[in-house]
Design a protein around this ligand. Structure first.
Ligand code: PLP
Length: 401
C-alpha cells in the first residue's frame, strides 16, 4: 500500500508532467508537426559542442577510477568549486572562494539542501506567486510550509508588473518565517527583478529579521540567470543581502537538464557561516544526493565560459509575443527565461487549457503556479512550432467569443 505521506503528491501530481505525457500521446495520434506542445521547460537549443568535447576528453584522458569514483567530497571537487567561484567573481565583482560553493544535483537538489540547512520543520517559507510549482513539494519534504505572497500583475505601488509585492510580503512575515524564495529571471513570467526591487526586499528583510530577532534568509533560485534578453542585468543577490543562498543550475544555460548539475553559493558573510556550509555539505549527503555527478562536475568546469544560443530563444520570444498580442491576447513581455505568461481570455485557466487542447495547443494553467487566470507558454520549441501555432492560437481565441 502506498505510504499515506505520499498521497498528497500522488493526488497533486504535476500538471506540467501530465501535459507533457498528453503531448506525446497527441503527437503519436496527430503527427508531431500538428501538435503545439508548450508544456515543458526543456531546452530546445543543443548543448554547446564544447560540452560533448569535454566529456570525450575527460573520459579518454583522465583516470577512469577517479572520474567515476566516490573521490569527491560531498561538496564537490575543490578545483571545480574554485573555477566556479572565480567565474562568479569575474562577472559579478564578488569575492567567493571554493569554500562558498557546494556542487549540487541541479537547482532542484540545491533548493532541497538549502531548505534542509536553513529552515526547521514547522517553520515557514514565503514565495511570490506565480512560482515554480515544485517549491511547495520541496518545502513539504522538510516539514516546512510554503505560503504564497499574492501575485502582483498590475505592479502595485509603482513596481513593475509581476515583480514581487514586497509590501504584501512584509505583512505576511511572522515569528515562523525563516526564508523567502525568489526566482529571477522568473518561471513562469519571464520577469527579471530589478536592482531596486532586490534592494527593497533586502531592506525589508533586514528590518523584519531585527524585529523578530532571527535570521530570515533569501533563497535565490537562478536556473535562468544566463537567459536575459536585450542586455538586461540580473542583480547578484548576495551583494545586497548577506543571508542569501543562491541555487544555480546548468540545466538551461548549457541545455543539460538530464545531467543534473548545479551549485549552491553560501556567502562567508552569512550568519553562522561555518556551520551553515558544513550542514549543507552533510544535507547533500543525507538527503541521498551524496555528491553532484563527478564527470559532469568536471565538464561544467571546463565549459565554465560557454553559454547557450540565447538568440534562438529570443527569436521565439519576439515572434510569439507579437503573434499573440496581434491576435488579441494580453501578455507580459518576458525579459528573461523562455516562458510567456498570458492572461486567459476566459476567467477559468483550466477550462482555457482544455479548450486549447481542442486546437492541439498544450499550455500550463497559471493555477499550477498559484496564479489562476493565466497560462504559461514554454517557448523553448522550434521556431517552426511558434510560427505554425499562431493561426491555432487565433482560432482558439475566436472560438471563445
Ligand atoms: N527552479 C525553477 C524556477 C525551474 O524552472 C526549474 C526547472 O525547470 C528548477 C528550479 C529545477 O532545475 P534543475 O533542473 O536545475 O533541477
Amino acid at each position: 500500500m502506498t505510504a499515506r505521506s505520499m498521497m498528497p503528491y500522488v493526488e497533486g501530481n504535476s500538471a506540467i508532467r501530465e501535459m507533457f505525457e498528453e503531448g506525446a500521446r497527441m503527437a503519436a495520434e496527430y503527427g508531431a508537426e500538428n501538435v503545439y506542445d508548450f508544456s515543458l521547460g526543456n531546452p530546445s537549443v543543443l548543448a554547446p559542442e564544447e560540452v560533448n568535447k569535454a566529456i570525450r576528453e575527460i573520459v579518454e584522458e583522465e583516470d577512469s577510477l577517479m572520474v567515476h569514483g566516490y573521490n569527491t567530497s560531498n561538496s564537490g571537487y575543490e578545483d571545480v568549486r574554485t573555477t566556479v567561484a572565480d567565474h562568479i567573481n569575474r562577472i559579478n565583482g564578488t569575492s567567493f572562494g571554493a569554500e562558498n560553493i557546494i556542487m549540487t544535483v541541479g537547482a532542484a537538489s540545491g533548493l532541497n539542501v538549502a531548505i534542509k540547512t536553513l529552515v526547521d520543520p514547522g517553520e515557514e517559507i514565503l514565495a511570490f506567486a506565480p512560482y515554480f510549482v515544485e517549491y511547495g513539494n520541496y518545502a513539504a519534504n522538510h516539514g516546512v510550509s510554503l505560503r504564497a505572497v499574492p501575485a502582483n500583475p498590475e505592479g502595485r505601488n509603482g513596481s513593475e508588473a509581476f515583480s514581487p509585492d514586497i509590501d504584501a510580503m512584509s505583512e505576511m512575515i511572522n515569528e515562523k518565517t525563516r526564508a523567502v524564495i525568489i526566482n529571477s529571471p522568473n518561471n513562469p513570467t519571464g520577469v527579471i527583478y530589478s536592482e531596486g526591487t532586490i534592494k527593497r526586499l533586502a531592506q525589508v528583510l533586514r528590518e523584519k529579521s531585527e524585529e523578530y530577532g532571527r535570521e530570515i534568509y533569501i533563497i535565490s533560485d537562478e536556473p535562468y540567470r544566463e537567459l536575459a534578453y536585450d542586455g538586461a542585468q540580473v542583480p547578484y543577490v548576495t551583494k545586497y543581502y548577506d543571508n542569501t543562498v543562491v541555487a544555480y543550475s546548468w540545466s538551461k544555460s548549457l541545455s543539460l537538464p538530464g545531467e543534473r548539475i548545479g551549485y549552491l553559493v553560501i556567502p562567508s558573510e552569512m550568519a553562522d557561516f561555518e556551520n551553515a556550509v558544513q550542514a549543507a555539505n552533510i544535507a547533500n549527503r543525507v538527503l541521498g544526493y551524496v555528491n553532484a555527478p563527478t564527470l559532469i562536475q568536471r565538464v561544467a568546469a571546463r565549459c565554465i565560459d560557454c553559454v547557450t544560443d540565447i538568440d534562438a530563444y529570443d527569436r521565439n520570444r519576439k515572434a510569439l509575443y507579437e503573434g499573440l498580442t496581434e491576435a488579441g491576447y494580453e501578455c507580459t513581455y518576458p525579459q528573461g527565461a523562455f516562458y510567456l505568461f498570458v492572461k486567459t481570455p476566459i476567467d477559468d485557466d483550466k477550462e482555457f487549457c482544455a479548450k486549447a487542447k481542442e486546437f492541439n495547443i498544450l499550455v500550463v494553467p497559471g493555477s499550477s503556479f498559484a496564479c489562476p487566470g493565466y497560462v504559461r507558454i514554454a517557448y523553448c520549441v522550434s521556431h517552426d512550432t511558434i510560427i505554425n501555432s499562431l493561426p491555432a492560437f487565433r482560432k482558439l481565441r475566436e472560438s471563445l467569443y
